[in-house]
Design a protein around this ligand. Structure first.
Ligand SMILES: [Zn+2]
Length: 209
C-alpha cells in the first residue's frame, strides 16, 4: 500500500539531505519518481547543506501536483514515488493533490518540511500534512539552541533583533536590512534571547532546508 509520509524538523535537521537520499535510493533501484522543491536556492534543484544536489521540479502555488504526477505516470508507464522538499510552503490544496497521488496512482509520497514559521505558527502545508498524512514523524537529527537545549523554533532576526511579525516570504528588503535566521529552544525563542552574541547564520538558514 502506498503511503503519504511527512517528516518534519527545524532548519539544520537535514531535511533536504534526507529527501535527496530517498530520491537517490529509489531512483537507483530503477523506480520512477519525481523530486519536488520550492523556493530552493539553486534554480530547479534540491541541495543539502552537505553539498549534494539533484534536479527537481520547482513547485509554485498554482502547480497541480496530481496532474504533474499523472503525466509522469503516463509517460513512463508508472509512477512509484514522489519526494517533496520544502513542503511547508505547499498550499492545502497541493497537499490534497499529494493524497490523491497516493490513493489514485498508488505512488508513495515522502514530504519534508518545517513545522513552524518564525512566527511560531504551523505553515499552511505543514498543517494540512499533519491532518492528511498516513504517517508523520519528527526527524531525529537534533539541532541545538545556543544554550545547548534542543532547538524547536526558528527565529527571524532583522539587523540582529528577533521579530515575530512580517511577511512569511521575504524576498527583497528594499531598506537593505540584514535578515538572518537562528535556531532556538522555545524558551529563548519566546524571550527573543540570542544569548548575548549576534550570530550570523543567514547562510546556513538559506542553504539548509
Ligand atoms: Zn535556548
Amino acid at each position: 500500500m502506498a503511503r503519504l509520509r511527512f517528516s518534519y524538523g527545524t532548519m539544520g535537521s537535514g531535511k533536504s539531505t534526507l529527501a535527496l537520499q530517498i530520491h537517490h535510493n529509489l531512483s537507483s533501484r530503477n523506480l520512477n519518481g519525481l523530486l519536488c522543491s520550492q523556493l530552493d536556492r539553486a534554480d530547479g534543484k534540491v541541495s543539502s547543506a552537505l553539498g549534494v544536489s539533484a534536479d527537481a521540479v520547482e513547485v509554485g502555488p498554482r502547480l497541480d501536483l496530481y496532474e504533474l504526477a499523472l503525466a509522469m505516470a503516463e509517460r513512463h508507464g508508472s509512477l512509484d514515488y514522489v519526494v517533496c522538499d520544502e513542503a511547508q510552503f505547499y498550499t492545502a490544496a497541493q497537499v490534497g493533490q499529494l493524497a490523491r497521488i497516493v490513493d489514485e496512482l498508488g505512488a508513495d509520497v515522502f514530504a519534508f518540511g518545517l513545522l513552524t514559521s518564525f512566527q511560531g505558527e504551523l505553515f499552511e502545508g505543514t498543517k494540512r500534512l499533519l491532518e492528511m498524512a498516513d504517517e508523520s514523524a519528527e526527524i531525529q537529527v537534533e539541532a541545538r539552541c545556543w544554550c545547548g537545549g534542543r532547538a524547536t523554533h526558528n527565529a527571524r532576526l532583522v539587523d540582529g533583533d528577533q521579530v515575530y511579525d512580517g511577511e512569511l516570504f521575504l524576498v527583497d528588503d528594499p531598506d537593505d536590512h540584514q535578515v538572518t535566521y537562528e535556531l532556538r529552544c522555545r524558551r529563548h525563542w519566546l524571550a527573543g534571547d540570542s544569548g548575548g552574541a549576534k550570530r550570523v547564520t543567514a547562510h546556513a538558514a538559506v542553504v539548509e532546508g
